[in-house]
Design a protein around this ligand. Structure first.
Ligand SMILES: *Cc1c(COP(=O)(O)O)cnc(C)c1O
Length: 365
């Protein structure tokens, strides 16, 4: 959907705060990603935004969905019956593993030998590897309790070989997030160089390699996009390859729109106080950035600087700090862009008990 149509809609909404999702724009973006990666399976990482309308919009353009909890698993199976699902994440409970069994999840990403021993029955398994590969430039390095070292991987392979019904299908890796295409490719080739001989050695035929998500999203440059074409051209054509992007798929097609309640200057700082707050859009606080925004109703020059805050009684409730803005008054409407991933669903909605935002889904007709 065109930027101007979106802006018009956002102003017409009239009741704030509101999330607006541009579904035609999202479909177009996902189709372009699909076209750029002809030989690679794309599993959307539901944790970036599991909204049912978002899932249904992405469905025709992806090969599956990656889920990280029993809750996501249940939700995705209900919303998109028949869509292949991979279940990952550390700390899967016995109940979650049973649910995965009951819902016949296509792939389980096993994170430890102990987890493997708790699988209740037949399963197609990828072992999650924590490889000692440097990821310079990453926004977030996935160091922590994710995946296994070589000895635990070998132990898992040995146990799987002795467990009827449990099949070792490949390796899963998700090492960092916020990498550009050349860095992601470099990582992919290093992972492949290790994984292919390892899987051969363990007798896996038709092996699968899931190299994770983490494609960069630059909040300081809303026009920038991860270079999917370069990425697609550089990816190896074998073994069977899978990625699981989240943020870079949905970030660009959600807006959090709200209006000005008050403008004030105290101790030399000007604050624009907006309806709602970071309990609806926590992204700038968690990522430590200024959330990109557009002022929709005041089109004068950016003559002042101000800090855009919400209604919460904490100095952390900041969307954007000391940014250039036009003269603003009560009732002016501001749209925070790039609010389609890790936005509403990662926020602490109930803090202070303000009303929840409305959700609008643009369908382009
Ligand atoms: C979060 C996560 C993803 C998605 O990461 P993005 O940065 O949103 O692309 C993919 N795989 C795993 C295992 C994850 O934990």
């Amino acid at each position: 959907m065109s930027e101007s149509a979106l802006q018009e809609y956002a102003v017409r909404v009239g009741s704030y705060p509101a999330y607006i999702y541009d579904l035609p724009g999202l479909a177009e973006h996902a189709a372009a990603i699909r076209a750029a990666l002809p030989g690679t399976e794309i599993y959307y990482a539901a944790k970036a935004n599991p909204d049912a309308e978002i899932l249904r919009t992405l469905a025709p353009h992806v090969d599956g969905v990656e889920v990280s909890s029993g809750g996501e698993l249940d939700h995705v199976r209900t919303t998109l019956p028949g869509m292949p699902v991979a279940f990952g994440g550390p700390g899967k409970t016995t109940e979650e593993l049973s649910l995965a069994q009951r819902l016949k999840v296509e792939r389980i990403h096993v994170e430890s030998p102990r987890e493997l021993s708790r699988l209740p029955g037949p399963a197609g398994v990828l072992l999650r590897a924590n490889l000692p590969l440097a990821t310079p430039g990453a926004a977030l390095s996935m160091s922590g309790p994710f995946g296994m070292d070589e000895d635990d991987l070998r132990e898992c392979a040995r146990r799987i070989a002795g467990t009827p019904g449990v099949e070792l299908r490949g390796i899963h890796v998700h090492l960092a997030s916020g990498l550009d295409a050349p860095a992601m490719l470099d990582l992919a080739h290093k992972v492949r160089a290790w994984a292919v001989p390892w899987l051969e050695e363990h007798g896996v035929t038709g092996p699968e390699l899931n190299i994770g998500g983490g494609m960069a999203v630059d909040y300081t440059d809303p026009e920038a996009r991860f270079d999917w074409r370069t990425y697609g051209k550089g990816l190896p054509s074998s073994p069977r390859l899978r990625i699981e992007p989240g943020r870079a798929m949905t970030a660009y097609h959600g807006w959090y729109v709200t209006d000005v309640i008050d403008v004030k200057t105290t101790r030399g700082e000007t604050y624009v106080i907006l309806r709602g707050g970071t309990h609806h859009l926590r992204t700038p606080v968690t990522k430590g950035h200024d959330q990109p925004f557009k002022v929709l109703t005041a089109d004068g020059p950016e003559t002042t600087r101000a800090t855009l805050v919400g209604q919460l009684c904490t100095p952390k409730d900041v969307f954007a700090r000391d940014v250039p803005v036009p003269e603003l008054a009560t009732g002016d409407v501001i749209a925070f862009t790039m609010a389609g991933a890790y936005a509403w669903n990662i926020s602490h909605h109930d803090f202070l008990m303000h009303p929840k935002p409305a959700f609008h889904y643009l369908r382009g007709d």
